[in-house]
Design a protein around this ligand. Structure first.
Ligand SMILES: [Fe+2]
Ligand SMILES: [Fe+2]
Length: 334
């Protein structure tokens, strides 16, 4: 569905008269109001485009930085089976990064520039990846809680107003649900193993619980861009709504795991049917966001090094693409 394709059905691009600005805005508004998808060729307000670029880039950066804490355990996974699963999962995250950089490029930016912005510290990635993975149980806690929170955040994005982003999210969410299940299974095995294994699982959940709740972003009253993103159909639910949904979904699973979450204020509210949780330490969230988390410097240093070391691969890929294009051109001319 196109928002500004107002010309006659058979018109070529050359014939098409640019619709007046007011018509373009009206076309955009109509599409958003009808909850339809906007495509790259459609006209869109500059603010909408910029917001999407920022959000999709931040999302893409999070996928590739998110490979680091788990990559840390590939060589130390406790069995061949666990190693194979973890490698597949970490590769999935690289794939998510690629879908998302591609989606961002449909908005007229180059992924090389987005990576430069990340490396210069001018674009962010999710703060959750600035925490360390201290034991094997952390791999379980990340899958269960971090991928679990990502799913709750991302399922509504499958219906967001920008088509390429929405379609990327459909694929990503399918893989994320596998990630969440594998994390749950790791924790379930540990929790029902020896007392030491149970303790290791509980310790990991104790450390990852609050940072996972912070993944939904600041509380609604402190989230200045949310209202505009919701009006544009990019965001479908508020941060606090999604956080509550995550808590309600996760606590019955904690019960099955035989693990607890580190919150003394936690109680089930019969009347509303929701779990009520204690206050979140937003000072910690802002400190990690500002670069003072336990692993911020390490993550960025590793990312820059990986980028530099991969320069020859990018050069080779470009040279190969150019050669293929030349062959095709000379083939077409013959
Ligand atoms: Fe992912
Ligand atoms: Fe994932």
């Amino acid at each position: 569905m196109s928002g500004n394709d107002l010309g006659p059905a058979l018109a070529t691009d050359d014939d098409r008269v640019e619709p007046a600005a007011v018509d373009r805005q009206a076309g955009f508004d109509r599409l958003i109001a009808a909850d339809e998808r906007l495509e790259p060729r459609d006209w869109m307000p500059e603010g909408y485009r910029k917001t999407l670029i920022r959000q999709i880039a931040q999302h893409a950066h999070s996928e590739i930085i998110g490979m680091q804490p788990e990559g840390n355990w590939i060589t130390r996974a406790p069995s061949l089976r666990r190693k194979a699963i973890l490698m597949a999962k970490v590769q999935d995250e690289a794939g998510h990064g690629l879908y998302l950089y591609s989606a961002a490029e449909t908005l007229g930016v180059d992924r090389a520039d987005l990576l430069d912005l990340l490396h210069a510290g001018r674009q962010k990635y999710s703060s959750i990846f600035n925490y360390p993975t201290l034991t094997w149980a952390d791999i379980g806690a990340i899958g269960w809680l971090v991928d679990g929170a990502a799913i709750v955040n991302q399922v509504p994005l499958c219906r967001c107003s920008y088509g390429p982003y929405a379609r990327a999210m459909v694929r990503i969410c399918k893989e994320e649900s596998f990630h969440q299940r594998q994390g749950f299974e790791i924790l379930h095995t540990l929790s029902h193993g020896t007392p030491e294994q149970h303790e290791m699982a509980q310790d990991a959940v104790d450390r990852w619980w609050w940072p996972s709740l912070m993944m939904f972003g600041p509380p609604d009253e402190a989230s200045p861009h949310s209202a505009q993103s919701m009006a544009w159909g990019i965001k479908k639910h508020s941060n606090d709504e999604l956080r509550q949904r995550f808590v309600d979904m996760t606590l019955p699973q904690a019960h099955v795991l035989g693990l607890t979450v580190p919150d003394q204020d936690l109680r089930y509210d019969e009347e509303s049917g929701h779990w009520r949780f204690g206050p979140i330490d937003w000072a910690e969230f802002h400190a990690v966001l500002k670069g003072q988390g336990p692993c911020n410097a390490q993550r960025m240093e590793h990312r820059r090094r990986a980028h530099d070391e991969g320069a020859w691969v990018r050069e080779a890929a470009v040279a190969y693409a150019e050669k293929q294009a030349q062959r095709e051109a000379s083939g077409a001319a013959a």
